[in-house]
Design a protein around this ligand. Structure first.
Ligand SMILES: [Fe+2]
Length: 239
């Protein structure tokens, strides 16, 4: 499997705090059927893009060296989770933030209520710059729960939806569970990922959580959302 959304890279955000935790998260990931894990630390501060890239890449190198030493054959790939605000327009070149240097860009919005008037503009800006936006956990946004029409408008822009495995098993409440299950069943969500942050609850153990999936999610759904489509994402193929 391929997990395209994680906060496994140490000391970058609210995810893994140190290298030892990153290594354990990678070990768990590999032991749970994952071959490739994309490291997607939160990116908020557009004025410090170069610093962010430098810090991230330095830590990825350290993690790769540690994985080799520990004989954990998990492929770890660079990425980021881009926080969408009006500040997105300030940075000239966001190429380094894409998933593994592809055209695919993982994005998130605020989970709290906010004025949605610019949401479509943010996506259009990214599309104009030739990126293919992937929206992380659409099932978790207050603004989507309040406004289904906004979901339709975002989908009409061709935005790819990635739901969290946690949400599918009910860890983010029944509303997020119902919405994420429905999105996978109807093919609206094309990717499932861990969005892992820690070793306890928001962990990298995919198989453990897949065993708790509701029966309506089929093996074919899992294969599509955790293998086929993510494979195309990390190799920059159209989906
Ligand atoms: Fe995330």
């Amino acid at each position: 499997m391929i997990d395209i959304h994680s906060h496994v890279l140490f000391d970058m955000d609210d995810g893994a705090e140190d290298l030892a935790t990153s290594i354990e998260l990678c070990r768990d990931s590999y032991m749970n059927g994952c071959d490739s894990l994309v490291l997607t630390p939160h990116f908020f501060e557009y004025s410090y893009l170069e610093d962010f890239i430098e810090e991230r890449d330095m830590r990825i190198t350290l993690l790769q060296e540690a994985l080799e030493k520990e004989r954990i054959p998990l492929e770890v790939l660079p990425g980021a989770e881009l926080f969408l605000t009006d500040r997105v327009f300030g940075a000239d070149n966001l190429d380094e933030l894409t998933i593994n240097g592809t055209k695919y860009m993982l994005c998130e919005m605020s989970l709290n209520p906010f004025d949605t008037k610019n949401v479509i503009r943010w996506f259009d800006e990214l599309i104009d710059r030739s990126y293919k936006p992937i929206l992380a956990h659409p099932e978790r946004y207050y603004v989507f729960h309040e406004d289904y029409e906004l979901i339709d408008r975002v989908l009409k822009r061709g935005i790819i939806f990635q739901v969290n495995l946690d949400s599918l098993i009910g860890a983010n409440g029944s509303l997020a569970q119902d919405m994420s299950v429905d999105m996978v069943r109807r093919g609206i969500a094309q990717i499932i990922a861990s969005d892992a942050h820690d070793l306890d609850f928001r962990h990298t153990r995919l198989i453990e959580k897949l065993n708790e999936l509701p029966d309506v999610i089929t093996e074919a759904d899992v294969e599509r959302c955790l293998i086929e489509i993510p494979k195309k994402i990390i190799t920059n193929q159209d989906i």
